[in-house]
Design a protein around this ligand. Sequence first.
Ligand code: ADP
Ligand code: ADP
Length: 230
Amino acid sequence: GTVIEASHISQSFTSEKGNETTVLDDISFDLHEGEIVAILGRSGAGKSTFLRILAGLIPPSTGQVSYRDKELNGPNPGVALVFQTFALMPWLSVKDNVELGLEARGIPRAQREKMALEAIDAIGLDGFESAYPKELSGGMKQRIGIARALVLQPDALFMDEPFSALDVLTAENLRQEVLKLWNDNQSGIKSILIVTHNIEEAVQMADRVVVLGSHPGHLIAQVPVDLPRP
Ligand code: ADP
Ligand code: ADP
């Protein structure tokens, strides 16, 4: 089935001088169950903007996004995000960072705790529940970011340059960890959308690579990846 459907998305920004720049121009795209899709493109091509529109964080200038056939009118309830620079709360422990989104959903404390510990285990952070982000390496910080997304039990996991801030070895370890999670199929995640400028990462992880071109923000290629995942 189709998890997210974006039709005829365009996005323009107006500068302070009043000049209008078109970042995305009439893009249609479907995200299906069971696939990992990579969005590849240079810096400034509009990848993050596109991800945020699909996540319902910004309304597109024109076009519409649906989640499970329901048109979005705010944050996409089927999506959880992982960010390049982790976006953790430094004053909260690992467990409290992971629980934060559940608190916002009004889930009772005991259940929050159980769900958080499961997500922490799933991404290999067990033993670090009481640590604070500043005590941990970049790879471990991003594991917190991933646990915080997993705990929301999203249909679609959106990752915006999730490994770009990590050294090559840590990035490779974490890519493998995410693929293990995907293959284990325990998390309930139906699809992954990953934004990257790293073509090797895109090919390694994705079933389909979508290339976003700058000038003026078209999908310039959609390529199925015919390789077994490692
Ligand atoms: P990418 O993720 O591919 O690097 P982005 O989506 O971050 O690209 O940005 C695409 C273009 O849109 C850039 O030129 C950026 O400066 C511009 N842009 C993004 N967000 C805004 C905004 N809120 N206001 C004005 N310009 C923006
Ligand atoms: P990765 O996240 O890919 O495993 P890291 O360099 O982040 O790579 O961490 C490697 C290992 O070192 C982790 O799996 C963890 O067991 C351990 N580790 C990382 N940070 C700490 C820390 N602050 N204290 C103790 N062990 C740590």
